[in-house]
Design a protein around this ligand. Structure first.
Ligand SMILES: [Zn+2]
Length: 254
C-alpha cells in the first residue's frame, strides 16, 4: 500500500491511485473513501480480471465474495425457470456487485455476468462484513449504491415492459457508454438481444434505424456512438430519468 498516501504522478490531469500491486483504482466507491478507511479496505482487496461472459454469481448462490467493479461492464439479469433471462441492471466503475451483503443477507437473487472484458477488486464476504463495522463512509457509500441499483432496476423493469426496442437500445447504449467511460461499446447483437429480452432480428432492425440516422456506427462486435445528443433524443425517457435521479441524490448528500 506504499503508493496510496502518495499518489503516482501520471500524464493525465487526475492523480492516479493504485493498490499495493500497482493496479490503478478506478472504482468510484473506493476512490471516495477517506484515507483512514482506504488503509483498512485496500489490503483486503484482490484485483481480478473477468473474461467476457464470466459469471460472478447465479440466483440462489451464497455470496462468498463481493466485487468493486473497476473497468468493463457487469450485467444484472433476472433468470426464469425456462432459462430465459433479461437484463435489469448494469454496473460499471461506479458500482459494486454483492449488494445483499450490505444489508447482511447472504444469497443472490440475480445473475451477475461480465458483459465485456472487465476487472474488479474482489473482497471476501466475511472481510466485507468486518469492514462495514469499522468504516462508516464505506457503509454509507454502499447503502447509497444499493438504493441507486434499486431505482435503476425498477426503471428498467418498467422500460422493458412499456418501451419500444429502438428506444431501449438507445437507452442501453447510453447507460453502457457512461459506465465504461467510452463511446465504443464492444458487443454482439446476439448478446444485446438477450440483454434487451427481445429477438435478434428486432435488435438488427433497431440498430439499422439508429445507424442510418447517423447516431451510431455498427460493425461486427462493436457499436460506436457517433451523435450522443441525438441518441439521447432517440432514447426513451428512462435514461434521462435515471441520470437526473442520481444527480439529485448526489447533490443531497450531507
Ligand atoms: Zn424506457
Amino acid at each position: 500500500m506504499n503508493n496510496k498516501s502518495r499518489p503516482t504522478a501520471s500524464s493525465s490531469p487526475k492523480p492516479q491511485i493504485a493498490d499495493g500491486d500497482g493496479n490503478p483504482i478506478r472504482n468510484e466507491i473506493l476512490l471516495a473513501l477517506p484515507p483512514k478507511e482506504s488503509e483498512l479496505v485496500l489490503p483486503k482487496l484482490e484485483f481480478v480480471r473477468l473474461k467476457t461472459h464470466h459469471v460472478l454469481h447465479e440466483p440462489g448462490d451464497t455470496l462468498k465474495s463481493a466485487w468493486f467493479c473497476n473497468s468493463g461492464l457487469i450485467s444484472i439479469l433476472s433468470v426464469f425457470q425456462d432459462g430465459k433471462s433479461v437484463e435489469v441492471g448494469l454496473v460499471g466503475k461506479e458500482g459494486f456487485i454483492g449488494v445483499p451483503l450490505v444489508a447482511g443477507f447472504r444469497t443472490a437473487p440475480t445473475r451477475a455476468i461480465a458483459q465485456i472484458e472487465a476487472s474488479a477488486f474482489r473482497i471476501d464476504a466475511d472481510k466485507l462484513a468486518d469492514l462495514l463495522l469499522q468504516c462508516p463512509k464505506l457503509e454509507r457509500r454502499l447503502q447509497q449504491f444499493s438504493q441507486i441499483m434499486a431505482m435503476v432496476v425498477t426503471q428498467i423493469a418498467a422500460c422493458n415492459r412499456l418501451h419500444e426496442v429502438d428506444e431501449r437500445l438507445a437507452r442501453w447504449l447510453l447507460m453502457s457508454a457512461d459506465r465504461i467511460g467510452s463511446n465504443a461499446v464492444p458487443l454482439t447483437q446476439e448478446f444485446l438481444a438477450q440483454m434487451l429480452g427481445t429477438r435478434r432480428s428486432s435488435v438488427t432492425v433497431a440498430a439499422g434505424v439508429l445507424q442510418r440516422a447517423g447516431l451510431i456506427a455498427y460493425s461486427r462486435g462493436d457499436v460506436k456512438i457517433i451523435d450522443r445528443p441525438k441518441l439521447e433524443e432517440a432514447s426513451c425517457e428512462c435514461y434521462g430519468t435515471m441520470v437526473r435521479q442520481v444527480t439529485a441524490w448526489r447533490s443531497e448528500e450531507g
